[in-house]
Design a protein around this ligand. Structure first.
Ligand code: ASP
Length: 321
């Protein structure tokens, strides 16, 4: 039975669980991350406050995060071991379980729009590689040259990761390894949606696909339970069907969103080398943002319009720009 609360809306976003170490974070960098998160929250809030669908809100929020070079998605995506960018993205609509995803692409300015086009314009769920690129061009998506996606920081992260690999050194810096962006929302009509977009993991093998475009692993939305977007060690999210597991615990075991999301992140992913976190909203507009690592760039906005963000263990806070 639905206990939906009409009129209530919630948007939660993440900019990845691979945060910069506290020791190397400067006040300027921290402010830039919060500002990037706030822009994405504001983009999604505008949709929800106007009564728009959760699907449009998560798309708008993820587009803003993809456009922001600080985050590992779209502009600012990480590099494969071969020095190329291969991006993955997915969207899912909780109302009808419609879903679309792309993997291993570099070209569309906003990979989330490519995922959405797969969902809306094809009878398929996941398109990959060069054929997906042909599809994006045919759909008239805005395409960018490789220079648009280049950032010195990601390139340097690749060089140091490859150097560490050569010497067998363990990389302790999560920000060098990964990151991802995502959004989940509950709209005023009680519908849920999720979107996730990533460059994947630094120095990943060419052709490697993570959890982001795998429906049920890194992205999931189901009006009867919750919408989830994950970030972290993608292989582990796939092996444990992390996002779907949260939904299943709610539907079949009667767990609350907080219980289910926390249990999956802390008790399922963490002990299995699954460093990372999730953002999730439930059918009543409640949210949960657990992570099992040092931090996760994250934010929430509800009807009051306050853009609340956080990076490390601290509580969400509405900061002045
Ligand atoms: N989950 C992403 C992947 O494995 C990376 C991340 O979120 O850090 O591709």
């Amino acid at each position: 039975m639905s206990t939906s609360s009409p009129g209530r809306f919630t948007l939660a976003i993440h900019g990845g669980a691979g945060t910069i170490l506290r020791s190397t974070m400067t006040p300027e960098r921290e402010a830039a991350y919060h500002a990037g998160l706030r822009r994405a929250l504001a983009a999604g809030h505008a949709v929800l406050a106007a009564g728009g669908p959760a699907l449009d809100a998560v798309t708008a929020a993820v587009m803003a995060l993809e456009d922001e070079p600080l985050f590992n998605a779209g502009r600012g995506a990480v590099y494969t071991s071969a020095g190329k960018q291969e991006m993955d993205a997915a969207v899912m609509n909780g109302q009808d379980h419609a879903a679309g995803a792309v993997a291993g692409i570099c070209g569309p300015r906003n990979p989330v729009l490519a995922a959405r086009a797969v969902m809306e314009k094809t009878e398929h769920v996941l398109l990959i590689g060069s054929a997906a690129m042909d599809f994006c061009r045919a759909q008239g998506l805005v395409m960018e040259a490789p220079e648009y996606f280049f950032t010195q920081a990601r390139w340097d992260a690749l060089q140091s990761t490859l150097a560490m690999r050569r010497t067998g050194t363990q990389d302790q810096d999560e920000s060098r390894k990964h990151g991802t962006v995502g959004a989940v929302a509950r709209d005023v009509h009680g519908h849920l949606a999720a979107a996730t977009s990533t460059g994947g993991m630094t120095a990943k093998a060419p052709g490697r696909v993570g959890d982001t475009p795998v429906i049920g692993a890194g992205t999931w939305a189901d009006d009867a339970s919750c919408a989830v977007s994950g970030t972290g060690h993608g292989e582990v999210f796939i092996r444990f069907a992390a996002a779907q597991e949260i939904s299943a615990r709610m539907r079949l075991a009667g767990q609350t969103l907080e219980q289910a999301a926390r249990a999956v992140v802390m008790d399922v992913l963490a002990p299995n080398d699954g460093s990372g976190g999730v953002i999730a909203v439930d059918k009543d507009g409640g949210y949960s943002l657990p992570f099992n690592c040092a931090g996760m760039y994250r934010g929430v906005v509800m009807q009051d319009g306050a853009l609340r963000t956080a990076i490390y263990e601290e509580a969400l806070q509405a900061r002045q720009p």
